[in-house]
Design a protein around this ligand. Structure first.
Ligand SMILES: Cc1ncc(C[n+]2csc(CCOP(=O)(O)OP(=O)(O)O)c2C)c(N)n1
Length: 681
């Protein structure tokens, strides 16, 4: 783990020397790894026997020197006239070079020994002495980290029979990542006791700082007295619930030390930082999400944020399931290291399982007499659309989609019939479907909306279903099947053994436009076929819950277009926002500023999120009033569809169409009739 808290290797000294040896800003030092361009001298805390400078590191690109260079370094120079300072610098180097110290994150890195009086060290932005205490969770976390790094350093030094005799806040170096982006101005260092009484902090924190941060070199680390621990223990028990809450919030039981026992309720409510406050527990959302996510993470610590985000996204990619990343309010402006962005998230490959039912599936295919393929919506998240396309083309078998699967196969292929709507569609299709002896169901998603109230789910005994990590043949389930099963089926398939079959007649494409009465009112039954002609390849087409979602099932989609319709939860108001998001993504991915998204939405649903239309105005180059249309008849709609502003214009276009209040079709009509009958009883 990258840590940005470093301790300096201490430099024991017999006397202080005030002789300062100076380097001129602008001069360049040559080290074994890099060159160092001196910028300016650094003012220390007055206790150092050597001079220090900030330097810019000049990378060395010559062969064999490809070591990744940091941006800055600190140059430390001992005066050549001061033998004690030189001796101290030498000792300091020896300590930095101890293998345990050199490899530990808690010590500053030694970059180069330039000569016997000059060394180059890692640059860190500030020290603990310069950091202003704030009563917030980030400061508490920082204290926890400082303590951890300090104690780790003691353990490492102990291996070499060394102790750090120079613990002080000016020697605890911090990177800007540890705290707020604003590094405070240098402040005068007052003696510790005076300093901590200047800020309002819980008594426990004072105790902690006194015992842990201020080390008396002659006495070492002072342990708490047994009597003190006894008295605190009863408090810890008394305030157990508060402790538990804070420990949960801050992710560390170390908060035990910080619990303010000696202050009243007001202090607890107003001063102790806790996200919960009086506004309720924000983590309820994370808890709720935990039921439907594959992985969750809570971004509490800037040091670990990049790894946490990458891991969580990796889980989403591996499992194709939702994940939840929790971003506490006080982390929004935290700086983090961005270097991981250079490496794409890689997903480990799974070897095929020896128990997967490849022979069984192939046998079903070769022996089929009346087969069909049913493409459902999960194929997209299974990332098998190329394989689905190949299977549909290789077999030439009759292929239907579910509602959710619509748009996932090329509807212009001769063996693709469109979406299967059971008893609401062609009788010949229904007969073929219900008497099929093999249905290859790809990416099934059997909700009531997606299966015409469960009436179009294939019979289990004739089905071969491919889901995430599962293959089901009849009633037998094969679990833990690695991704790529359909790919392996295709590679093993002997094309000459695939039976050629005759499907039912395709629907005769009637010329809807010609059959429509020009002056007639717009009706659900023919509206969707009528507007179909506005679609072009690559369009995004979205249909909101309600009549629009049902009607959109009739669209015949051009190649490479995508249809997003309601398939499961159907929350009205969602599709408008989805349209705005989808078109932004589409334009970015396709690098085509003219890519189009077409939304069909009822007036009821529109009201849920209509204000967001304001967003869509950004990027439009025409006057909006010139882009609003309305139609009540097919004649009016035909004129609008042909209008150049619709055909060629850019920006948002709104076409308002009017239809009867109880004008519904298909499965929705049944629902409405049942509802009306129920209300009349
Ligand atoms: C948040 C939410 N509330 C209620 C519903 C139930 N619901 C489904 S469709 C619909 C009517 C939508 O009206 P409109 O958008 O005008 O569509 P249409 O009348 O054309 O079907 C309602 C209330 C829902 N799906 N989601």
């Amino acid at each position: 783990m990258y840590s940005a808290i470093r301790l300096t290797a201490f430099s024991p000294r017999n006397s202080f020397s005030r002789t300062v040896f100076s380097l001129a800003p602008g001069c360049t030092l040559h080290g074994a790894h890099w060159k160092y361009h001196i910028l300016n001298p650094i003012k220390g805390d007055g206790t150092h026997a050597s001079s220090v400078f900030k330097a810019r590191v000049i990378p060395d690109h010559s062969p064999g020197k490809a070591l990744e260079a940091p941006k800055w370094a600190l140059i430390k120079v001992a005066s050549p006239d001061d033998p004690t300072a030189s001796e101290n610098l030498k000792r300091e180097c020896n300590i930095y070079r101890l293998p345990g110290v050199a490899s530990a994150n808690c010590f500053r890195k030694l970059y180069d020994i330039i000569d016997k009086n000059t060394i180059a060290l890692e640059w860190l932005d500030t020290t603990l002495a310069e950091l202003e205490y704030r009563s917030d969770t980030r400061t508490y976390r920082l204290i926890g980290k400082v303590l951890r790094e300090m104690l780790s350093s003691c353990v490492i030094l102990e291996q070499y029979n060394c102790v750090n005799t120079d613990f002080k806040s000016a020697n605890v170096l911090l990177s800007a990542l540890c705290f707020s982006k604003d590094i405070p101005e240098l402040q005068t260092n007052l003696p510790f006791e005076e300093e901590i009484w200047k800020v309002e902090i819980p008594q426990q924190l004072r105790d902690l700082l006194r015992s842990m941060l201020v080390i008396n070199p002659s006495k070492g680390l002072l342990p708490w007295k047994e009597t003190l621990i006894r008295s605190r223990l009863s408090d810890w028990i008394k305030y157990g619930e508060r402790f538990h809450k804070l420990a949960e919030e801050l992710g560390n039981p170390g908060i035990l030390f910080l619990l303010p026992f000696d202050c009243g309720e007001t202090f607890w409510k107003e001063k102790v930082p806790k996200r919960e406050r009086d506004y309720g527990d924000y983590r309820h959302f994370a808890t709720m999400a935990s039921r439907v996510t594959k992985a969750q993470t809570n971004l509490m610590d800037p040091m670990t944020v990049p790894e946490q985000i990458d891991w969580t996204l990796e889980q989403a990619i591996i499992h194709s399931q939702p994940v939840y990343i929790e971003l506490p309010g006080d982390m929004v402006d935290a700086a983090i290291i961005a270097s991981r962005l250079n490496t794409p998230i890689s997903v480990p490959e799974c070897p095929p399982s020896p128990n997967e039912p490849l022979p069984e599936v192939l046998a079903r295919i070769y022996n089929a007499r009346q087969p069909l393929i049913l493409v459902d919506g999960e194929c997209r998240s299974l990332r098998i659309l190329d394989e689905v396309d190949e299977l549909v083309k290789i077999t030439g078998w009759p292929t239907w989609t579910t509602v959710f699967g619509k748009g996932l196969v090329n509807e212009e292929l001769p063996n693709v019939y469109g979406h299967y709507n059971g008893s609401w569609g062609s009788k010949e299709w229904q007969v073929y479907f219900e008497s099929a002896d093999l249905i290859i169901a790809l990416g099934p998603h059997y909700t009531d909306t997606n299966s015409y109230h469960f009436t179009t789910i294939p019979r289990e005994e004739v089905s071969v279903s491919l889901s995430k990590s599962m293959v089901q043949i009849g009633s037998k389930c094969y679990r833990d099947i690695p991704d790529g099963f359909l790919f392996r089926v295709l590679r093993s398939l002997d094309k000459d053994c695939v039976p050629q079959v005759e499907g039912p007649p395709r629907s005769t494409a009637t010329n809807v436009r010609a059959a429509i009465d020009h002056d007639g009112a717009l009706v659900q039954k023919t509206f969707y076929s009528f507007v179909n002609e506005i679609f072009r390849p690559n369009d995004l087409i979205l249909t909101e819950t309600g009549t629009a979602g049902h009607g959109g099932r009739q669209f015949q989609l051009p190649p490479h277009s995508r249809l997003f319709g309601p398939a499961t939860w159907l929350s009205i108001g969602y599709m408008l926002l989805a349209t705005l998001g989808a078109i932004v993504a589409k334009r970015e991915i396709s690098q085509n500023a003219n890519a189009r998204a077409i939304l069909f939405i009822g007036d009821g649903s529109l009201q849920m999120s209509v204000q967001e239309i304001a967003l869509a105005f950004f990027g439009g180059d025409d006057e909006q009033s010139a882009n609003s249309f309305s139609a009540r008849t097919y004649g009016e709609l035909a004129g609008i569809v042909q209008d150049d502003r619709i055909q060629k214009g850019s920006g948002l276009k709104v076409v308002e169409v009017f239809m009867g209040q109880e004008d519904v079709q298909g499965a929705l009509l049944n629902l409405m009739k049942t509802q009306i009958a129920g209300e009349q009883r």
